[in-house]
Ligand binder design. Structure first.
Ligand SMILES: Cc1ncc(COP(=O)(O)O)c(C=O)c1O
Length: 435
């Protein structure tokens, strides 16, 4: 019946659907997009920085001059032209000599993760992932009925000793390590150069595959990013990336560079899901990379985001209450904040929305309910003055919570203060525009 929220189909859902529940946090995110709210919650690139007229002209030509192919079905692996361009893009990041034959074009990085999960995960398998990790990857692993075991990170990224311990604890059920080594979402940290080979060695010794997710590597603010893991080792490493952050997420074009033996299975899995990636979107990216100054555009994005990161970090430094700490990203889109003792980012969210500021509570980035002491702040979308205003509002909310806590104790300020909720938290996941 239209208009009713009652779900009469609950008995009929497949088992994997059980974890897909909605939450009050999701409802709050719909409010976060209102103009009066300063949203630090999003994950959206600043598309207004693109030369939109020129892109429009390019898209028009793509239809009028080559519509018979760009509006037609294509092949499952993606066009050769785009796969060749993708190999050129990867060589800029230090991945040289990749063959277009080993590249599979996907519907964004998100489908790349989904395909890898379809190929390798049985229900009950374990995926090791940074804690915190990308919310969209948690959704994929949950849909595959896998268990995510988080591995601790610090300012230098994944901690090798913690990885070894997690491998030991997971035994043979661990299928792969999923990680975002560079300008991580949500933590903003980067796996140090020194740790990269160590992590690869640990995985190789344990026979663990590595899924390297690298949407942000080109968005550096302070010199080049360390070499990707895939540039150091081919065997056992799946490299996933996307044009969402360097060009435009609306086109939904990403890719996997896979070990050769696996490539065909990835294509079959993709064909089963989508037949083929959009020929028009692939044509658009190919044209963009062939005829437009895309390297310059990445520099434009970098400059804008560097200025905004500085504005956000400056505002946090000037305005946040004592006891708050945060990461200092050298690239990417996000800062990860740790709240003063006893504050709960999820419980505080309705009060933040009432104060017209939004963020993503840390619980969205863990599969096990941790993260109540954290929040993710985005700096790519709002302009510097608005970022500062957002932090001013947020700091005001936190000061109030701390004052209430001082007067009434922990039960008022948070959802139980020290009683951190445990259990599946994927329902806290924000919607796609907030990824
Ligand atoms: C770490 C990470 N992986 C994958 C994606 C998915 O990107 P896409 O838009 O290409 O599907 C995102 C998007 O935010 C991301 O942050």
């Amino acid at each position: 019946m239209s208009g009713t929220t009652q779900d009469d189909y609950t008995d009929r859902y497949a088992r994997r659907v059980r974890g897909m529940t909605t939450s009050e946090i999701r409802a709050l995110f719909s409010v976060a997009s209102r103009p009066e709210v300063v949203s630090l919650a999003g994950g959206s690139p600043y598309i207004a920085a693109l030369p939109l007229d020129a892109v429009g002209e390019m898209l028009g030509k793509l239809a009028s001059e080559s519509g018979t192919t760009s509006l037609q079905y294509g092949i499952g692996q993606g066009t050769v032209e785009l796969r060749e361009r993708i190999c050129e893009v990867m060589s800029l990041s230090g991945i040289h000599g990749a063959s277009p034959d080993d590249v599979v074009v996907t519907v964004g990085g998100q489908q790349a993760l989904d395909l890898i999960a379809r190929l390798f995960l049985d229900p009950g398998d374990v995926v090791l992932a940074e804690g915190p990790t990308y919310v969209g990857a948690l959704g994929v692993f949950q849909a595959a009925q896998a268990q995510v075991r988080h591995v601790a990170i610090d300012a230098d990224g994944l901690i090798p000793a913690a990885l070894s311990a997690a491998i030991e604890a997971s035994g043979r059920r661990a299928k792969f390590l999923y990680l975002i080594p560079t300008y991580q979402n949500p933590a903003g940290v980067t796996l140090s150069d020194a740790r990269r080979d160590e992590i690869l060695d640990i995985c190789e010794r344990a026979g663990l595959l590595v899924v390297e997710d690298d949407p942000y590597g080109m968005l550096s603010f302070e010199g080049d990013a360390p070499l990707p893991l895939r540039a150091r080792r081919r065997d056992g490493v799946f490299y996933v990336s996307t044009f969402s952050k360097t060009f435009a997420p609306g086109l939904r074009v990403g890719w996997i560079l896979a070990p050769h033996a696996v490539r065909e299975k990835l294509v079959m899995a993709s064909e089963a899901a989508i037949l083929c990636p959009s020929a028009f979107a692939q044509g658009a990216v190919t044209q963009y990379l062939t005829t437009m100054p895309w390297r310059e555009q990445i520099k434009v994005y970098r400059e804008i985001y560097r200025e905004r990161r500085d504005a956000l970090l400056g505002a946090l430094h000037d305005l946040m209450p004592a006891g708050t700490s945060w990461t200092h990203p050298a690239g990417g889109l996000f800062v990860w904040t740790t709240l003063p003792d006893g504050l709960d980012s999820k419980a505080m969210m309705p009060r933040a929305i009432a104060a017209r500021v939004a963020y993503v509570p840390g619980t969205g980035f863990y599969a096990d309910g941790t993260g109540t002491a954290n929040m993710r702040l985005n700096f790519s979308f709002a302009e510097p003055a608005r970022l500062r205003e957002g932090v001013r509002r947020l700091a005001g909310v936190m000061e109030q919570e701390l004052a209430m806590r001082a007067v009434f104790g922990s039960t008022v300020a948070g959802s139980g203060g020290p009683h951190r909720r445990r259990g599946p938290a994927a329902a806290d996941a924000p919607g796609p525009d907030l990824a």
